[in-house]
Ligand binder design. Structure first.
Ligand code: 3HC
Length: 686
């Protein structure tokens, strides 16, 4: 039944009990319907409903969303609770989210524990509240608050919920407090559905739609939630409930909700395999290199309460490293994330030094120095000589060979890659790069650090660029090809922004600096397939000193350090290079641009899967969403590919082979999926 029932005198106690977070599935809905009848048959003077464990209820069980809705439906359960002659009181012990909040809103009273949260985050799963949330919330807390909670999926803490009028009280023991409520007082509380809806407020609706256009472009559910709230204002309660339910059911079947559910569960499945040994306790961390990345990693670690020894090669380096972490601390204070005392704690935990013996007891070192094999080898030799013999040694390299770095130490089994993404204290992806000899203990240490830092850990094999940068390199290559053959950086950027990226590939390069890509290309010169087309425009940009925003000009110009403007000189470079190469340029429609860039990535990602560099399609989804800005609501690159369908992808790539058989060489995984009738998510080696 997923709940327990107990009587004590005239009070019925119902405890939602479906560990770990009391998700509401069919069994719990059955149980609640039975509880309503039981309470009426017993003629209780109240029912107190609470949750076992840490949650009241985390909402409808999203695992049930793939199938048809099963009776009894949650809105009917909420109605039965609300219309019962026995008044129900929600004792909200922990989070009450989605359907959990909807049960609480249907109760006659709500008393919350001090740490409780109440919210309707359905839009984060691509749906809208489907059991009365849109209608009851606005009757209780007013239009503005309801719009904010529902359209942005933002839960309220107990204190804010009380202020908003969503709950009646905050008590340390909400069950006990619910038992003490005066029966007469309880009898006088009007059921939520009987309250009048708030008045229409055109300005509030315009403001929320405006904000959504900026903050959630392309996403359907938030706007549909706003529509349902608006229409509900002039409908009878039952009619509004029917509209809400129909919208919920429609969205639940849609691509966006499927994609967001996939991401929700993939993120939670990113855990260490069960058979990994325990990691050593991470009592302190050594970080080598205090540049942007090293400082970000050090800042993230001291923020967690870990002592960090930040190692640099000389006094200047130490000074720069201290300054870089200091800037992050100052930014934390300025944003209100850090108090002055908290900031001092962070500074106290940081030791910046050039003396490696200061890290002699560190169980883990993360090297984030200059991307140069000889520099890295020298650092690893020092770490090898100074840190404990079983310390785990990680490199944050983005593309260098982890096995070669490992081979320069006495025990390569303790070496692995921990690839952070800038800014390291914010970006959630952590690629854990498993070298040929990396031990399970080292791997488990990487996972342990990822868990402490609340990262999304994804294991990658060794190759140039691992999972993310390798796929991204194809994205860049495809965008340069489209640019050379007929488009412009701004049209390409616009196409990808319209697809759902926050920025297109050229604006991203302007921010990171065109010198980075230039260095990567020079490194790849020796191994590049001579039959592969090489687009020289980025090299021309480098030669012209157009290195990006930091110098005021890159693919765009940034006059006066301000916003970006298109630069005709950049467009001319493509005309010139196409002329030199004897290419007749064609104009691309937006959908052609998007298709080429995405197909190039999908094809490479399929190779990444084929070579075992990524362990699953879902891992590639996590990498592309959490590290590279692929829109979450499209479910990650491989999930998106599966919505297009592998046969369609194979057909389109095959058609493009006529233009360039090398660039569009079909991945064997795609043909294998097509032959075996599998999706990419289902693929594993035959
Ligand atoms: N359905 C199914 N499983 C759920 C779930 C849900 N709504 N919410 C959480 N879980 C599962 C997770 O998948 C995870 O499973 P695992 O242990 O097998 O990996 C487990 O519960 C614990 O979840 P977390 O790891 O996320 O635990 P946290 O303590 O970090 O967070 C939480 C708890 C804040 C409740 C978070 O899980 C959460 O935000 N859940 C989703 C809340 C939500 O979006 N609710 C709306 C659902 S849609 C709905 O209610 C429709 C209704 O209007 C009709």
């Amino acid at each position: 039944m997923s709940l327990t029932m107990r009587a004590d005198g005239l009070t019925g106690f119902v405890t939602l009990d479906n560990p770990p977070v009391n998700a509401i599935g069919k069994a719990m809905r059955d149980g609640l319907m039975e509880a309503v009848k039981w309470a009426e048959a017993e003629n209780f003077d109240r029912v107190i409903v609470t949750g076992a464990g840490r949650a009241f209820a985390a909402g409808a069980d999203a695992k049930e969303f793939d199938g048809a809705a099963l009776e009894p439906f949650l809105p009917d359960v909420c109605d039965a609770i609300e219309r019962s002659f026995v008044p129900w009181i929600a004792a909200i012990n922990g989070v009450a989210l989605g359907g959990g909040a909807e049960i609480a809103l249907a109760c006659r009273m709500r008393i919350a524990g001090p740490k409780a949260q109440i919210g309707l985050p359905e839009v984060t799963l691509g749906v809208i509240p489907g059991a009365g949330g849109t209608q009851r919330a606005m009757r209780l807390c007013g239009l503005g608050k309801a719009l904010d909670m529902i359209a942005f999926g933002r839960p309220l803490r107990a204190a804010d919920a009380l202020k908003a009028g969503l709950i009646h009280a905050i008590e340390d023991d909400p069950v006990d407090a619910a038992d003490m409520v005066n029966t007469e007082e309880l009898g006088c509380v009007v059921p939520t559905w009987e309250l009048p809806p708030p008045a229409h407020d055109a300005a509030a609706f315009a403001a929320v739609r405006d904000a959504l256009a900026k903050r959630a472009p392309g996403q359907v559910a938030p706007l549909r939630a706003v529509d349902v709230i608006e229409q509900g204002l002039s409908l009878e309660f039952a009619e509004a409930m029917a509209l809400e339910r129909a919208t919920f059911l429609e969205l639940k079947q849609g691509n966006q909700s499927r994609a967001l559910r996939h991401m929700f569960f993939a993120e939670r499945a990113a855990k260490p395999p069960k058979d990994l040994p325990h990691a050593p306790e991470l009592t302190e961390i050594a970080v080598v290199g205090g540049g942007t990345m090293g400082a970000g990693i050090a800042y993230a670690c001291v923020s967690l309460g870990l002592p960090v020894t930040l190692l640099e090669s000389d006094t200047d380096g130490v000074e720069r490293a201290t300054h870089n972490v200091g800037k992050l601390i100052e930014a934390g204070i300025a944003r209100g994330r850090l108090s002055k005392d908290g900031a001092q704690g962070l500074r106290d935990r940081l030791t910046a030094t050039s003396d490696y013996t200061k890290a002699a007891n560190a169980p883990l070192a993360i090297e984030a120095a200059f991307e140069d094999m000889e520099v890295k080898k020298a650092i690893f030799a020092q770490l090898d000589a100074t840190l404990p013999p079983d310390a785990v040694l990680a490199t944050n390299t983005s593309y260098l060979d982890v096995d070669e770095i490992a081979a320069s130490t006495r025990d390569p089994s303790r070496v692995l890659g921990l690839h952070f993404f800038a800014p390291a204290h914010i970006m959630r992806l952590l690629e854990i790069v498993k070298g040929a000899q990396t031990s399970d203990r080292a791997l488990s240490t990487g996972y342990a650090l990822g868990k402490l830092l609340k990262k999304v850990p994804v294991v990658a094999g060794v190759c140039d660029g691992f999972i993310g940068n390798r796929i991204y390199a194809r994205y860049r290559e495809a965008s340069d090809t489209v640019f050379m053959d007929g488009s412009t950086p701004w049209d390409i950027d616009e196409a990808m922004v319209n697809f759902g990226y926050a920025m297109g590939p050229y604006e991203v390069q302007d921010l990171s600096g065109l010198d980075i890509g230039h260095a990567a290309r020079r490194r790849q010169d020796a191994t590049r397939d001579p039959n592969r087309r090489y687009i020289p425009i980025a090299d021309r940009m480098y030669e012209l000193g157009k290195l990006g925003k930091k110098v005021g000009a890159g693919w765009y110009r940034y006059p006066g350090g301000g916003g970006k403007v298109e630069d005709p000189i950049v467009a001319d470079l493509a005309l010139e290079e196409a002329h030199f190469a004897g290419i007749e340029r064609t104009e691309y429609e937006e959908h052609e641009i998007t298709e080429r860039l995405l197909l190039a990535m999908i094809n490479e990602a399929a190779d990444v899967l084929a070579e075992g560099i990524a362990q699953s399609a879902a891992d590639i989804d996590l990498v592309t969403v959490f590290g590279y800005g692929f829109p979450r609501w499209r479910g990650g690159l491989m999930h998106y590919a599966d919505t297009l369908g592998v046969p369609h992808i194979v057909e389109r790539i095959t058609a493009l082979q006529a233009e360039d058989p090398v660039a569009w060489k079909l991945s064997p995984v795609l043909s294998d999926c097509a032959d075996r009738g599998l999706s990419l998510a289902e693929w594993s080696p035959a």
